[in-house]
Design a protein. Structure first.
Length: 258
């Protein structure tokens, strides 16, 4: 899943403060970190001097880079970003030597030992995974006892509408979504099945930046990748603060403990 879509779906109006271009031509968005994620790290920090943390479906590393920039994680921690696509992760370690990257299926974490991770983060990923149950089982396996996972995804209301259809022909927020949860309980029950304790659920409105909608139309017209336009067009990026609510779609955040 490309970083372009990850940041198309936002749950508040403050999600993007700036866009910085590094020497590799990759953009790093300064984002507002979810309070759920902050709370998870703060609580672990009270007990542990070194935190083992993994971002599943890390994309270009935006979440981990922001956590590091805001001193929520440090060089003392063991930090891993996992994503299937090497094209997305190739520059992360150049930007921050403290972040290790692994390219593998996030539903097959055989490279990670059992009971070895303190915190797992996964933002807007589970809806893209064919085998969600294997994904959840792997999260349970690699977490330490009392380890915590943060999962975010989209919540689809009965009256929702957006432009795209997936390969099954269903209306979805993104054409690569294989599922969209219709109730909070639907996702919660999946994690309860694997003996997780549910510590928090939270929903909030999803907004869509107008400039990204324009970029998608330009990309379709030019038959090019929208990420290329998004990376290269600083003028369009200036209008990223103009957003509209997406009818019938909410951001769902789930915090679970092993």
């Amino acid at each position: 899943m490309g970083i372009f879509w990850v940041f198309s779906m936002v749950s508040n109006l403050e999600y993007m403060q700036a866009i910085n271009y590094d020497t590799y031509g990759q953009f790093i968005k300064k984002i507002i970190i979810s309070e759920c994620i902050r709370d998870i790290i703060f609580e672990k920090r009270k007990k542990l001097k070194k935190i083992n943390i993994i971002d599943l479906g890390c994309g270009q590393g935006t979440l981990l880079l922001n956590l590091f920039a805001q001193n929520l994680i440090t060089s003392k921690d063991k930090i891993i970003g996992i994503d299937y696509f090497e094209s997305l992760t190739k520059n992360i370690n150049k930007l921050n030597k403290n972040i290790q990257t692994i390219n593998t299926d996030v539903a097959n974490l055989s490279i990670i030992q059992d009971n070895s991770v303190d915190i797992i983060l996964s933002t807007q990923v589970i809806e893209h995974i064919d085998n969600e149950e294997k994904f959840i089982a792997e999260i349970y396996r690699v977490l330490k006892p009392s380890g915590v996972a943060y999962i975010s995804t989209v919540l689809k209301k009965p009256y929702s509408f957006w432009f795209y259809k997936n390969k099954e022909g269903a209306r979805v927020l993104d054409p690569t979504h294989v599922r969209e949860y219709k109730t909070v309980a639907q996702l919660v029950e999946k994690f309860k099945k694997y003996q997780f304790d549910i510590t928090k659920t939270k929903t909030s409105q999803i907004y869509f930046p107008i400039n990204e909608l324009l970029i998608r139309f330009i990309a379709k017209w030019k038959k090019t990748n929208p990420e290329y336009i998004f990376n290269s067009n600083k003028f369009l990026n200036k209008f990223s603060f103009i957003v509209i609510p997406i009818i019938g779609y909410e951001n769902l955040e789930l915090v679970v403990e092993k």
